[in-house]
Design a binder for this molecule. Structure first.
Ligand SMILES: Cc1cc2nc3c(=O)[nH]c(=O)nc-3n(C[C@H](O)[C@H](O)[C@H](O)COP(=O)(O)OP(=O)(O)OC[C@H]3O[C@@H](n4cnc5c(N)ncnc54)[C@H](O)[C@@H]3O)c2cc1C
Length: 407
């Protein structure tokens, strides 16, 4: 039996909620993905919260390697031990423009989804206060001052529920609905390719190579080399509608053929995803039910990056739990939200090509300034430096439109 299978078996044998157990918890975590498990880990690491009884519910506690997370940070983070690769240089390409940028003081890091799930679940298994329920949640309701989570054949009550169960089908409906707030999908398919010969520069992560079919959208190849022979190659688009899986495959195959013409390769793994890019909020937190992760608007709407913001959201929630203060789940509440809205407005209305916007930003700024800007931590001078890279005649009217928009 593999280590991960053994872990699944142990997980299912230990701490499963049973009928004769008191089923009132301090906290229920509804959805054990990135946000749910990050929150679980954050709570378990806080000794002040060690008394809390926590139930974790997910429709599939048998996790697979369904995604790869990349993010940047300046220091060692809580998941340092499972970072599988990191880069100090990134690159961007558009036609004849090609630039490599030193990321210092940031490091661009990668974590495999399954390593993260196993890491947190393994750690949580050591706690007698964590209980697990494999079930499809049908609803979460408020009953007096408690929240009740229902699934087929069962329910559980808690003082607080943190939910990240995103009704993705409902999102597709929202994305088509008429609203003044733009909605784009960041959608992609990635393949882990292994060449027989060394073809990649393992020290450089290609953040955006726009020399691909734009498909009437903003499209780029994202190439993350794990070593000289192996890389995750993702065809990514910002657009209104998704492609068929085969269409992403064609673009990836064309890209690999164009860049590595005579070198045979194998596909070891693939992943597919669609991340909402919008200023619309999907749900609001209200005691005792709090929304986190993508459901809780942790995604940066102009880029689709969420891992870092989920960690920020978790830090805020854990601090509020420790201080017994009202729980805040909102994290994008700075002027950067306004910049996101302007960029989305421009992309949504095709006022300027996304490839040209990103090219200009990377051409004229240091990676550190861009990373700070995209992490919502840049100061006003750094914001101005980014804005000066972009044409005022397009961005100023768009900013005014967004500022005076009424929803
Ligand atoms: C393939 C992919 C790659 C990504 N890469 C990056 C990246 O590199 N960097 C970055 O910053 N962001 C990335 N993102 C965006 C974001 O970080 C992830 O989507 C992240 O997983 C969001 O966390 P979450 O907890 O909100 O959702 P999820 O991780 O999807 O967790 C939701 C959980 O809820 C469970 N669930 C759903 N419905 C129910 C139900 N009814 N009952 C019970 N359980 C339910 C699901 O099984 C799942 O475990 C990526 C997204 C995808 C899809």
């Amino acid at each position: 039996m593999s280590v991960s299978k053994q872990m699944d078996k142990m997980r299912s044998e230990s701490n499963n909620i049973t009928h004769n157990q008191d089923s009132i918890f301090d906290i229920i975590i509804a959805g054990a993905g990135c946000a749910g498990l990050s929150l679980l880990y954050g709570i378990l690491k806080a000794t002040e919260l060690s008394h809390l009884r926590i139930l974790v519910i997910d429709k599939s506690l048998q996790k697979s390697n369904d995604r790869t997370w990349c993010f940047w940070e300046t220091e060692k983070g809580p998941y340092e031990s499972i970072v599988c690769k990191q880069w100090n240089t990134i690159s961007i390409h558009k036609n004849s423009f090609s630039k490599q940028l030193d990321t210092a003081p940031f490091v661009y890091k990668m974590i495999h989804g399954l390593d993260f799930y196993d890491f947190v679940m393994d750690f949580a298994k050591k706690s007698p206060n964590v209980f697990w329920q494999n079930a499809v949640i049908s609803s979460i309701e408020t009953e007096n001052d408690k929240a009740v989570v229902y699934w087929e054949g069962g329910s559980a009550k808690a003082s607080k529920v943190f939910s990240s169960i995103l009704p993705i089908d409902a999102l597709y409906t929202i994305s088509q609905s008429a609203t003044t707030k733009p909605f784009l999908w960041q959608h992609f398919k990635g393949v882990l390719v292994q060449f027989n010969v060394p073809v990649f520069n393992a020290n450089v992560a290609t953040l955006m190579d726009f020399n691909v079919n734009q498909n009437g959208a903003t499209a780029f190849m994202y190439v993350l080399p794990l070593n000289e022979n192996k890389a995750l190659v993702e065809y990514t688009l910002f657009s209104n509608s998704l492609l068929k899986p085969k269409e992403y495959d064609v673009e990836i195959a064309t890209y690999l053929a164009k860049n590595f013409a005579n070198d045979p390769y194998q596909i070891l793994h693939d992943e597919i995803g669609a991340i909402p890019m919008t200023m619309q909020s999907f749900a609001k937190s209200s005691n005792p039910i709090y929304v986190i992760g993508t459901l809780g608007n942790a995604v940066k709407s102009s880029t689709g990056y969420a891992f870092h913001f989920i960690q920020e959201q978790v830090k805020q929630i854990v601090a509020d739990l420790i201080n017994r203060s009202p729980i805040q789940t909102e994290i994008h509440k700075t002027r950067h939200q306004f910049y996101d809205a302007v960029l989305l407005y421009i992309l949504h209305n095709n006022l300027m090509e996304g490839s040209e916007i990103f090219k200009r930003i990377f051409e004229k700024n240091k990676a550190a300034t861009i990373f700070k800007f995209l992490s919502n931590t840049s100061n006003l001078w750094e914001d101005i430096s980014i804005m000066r890279s972009l044409p005022t005649k397009i961005f100023l009217p768009a900013a005014i439109k967004v500022l005076f928009r009424r929803d």
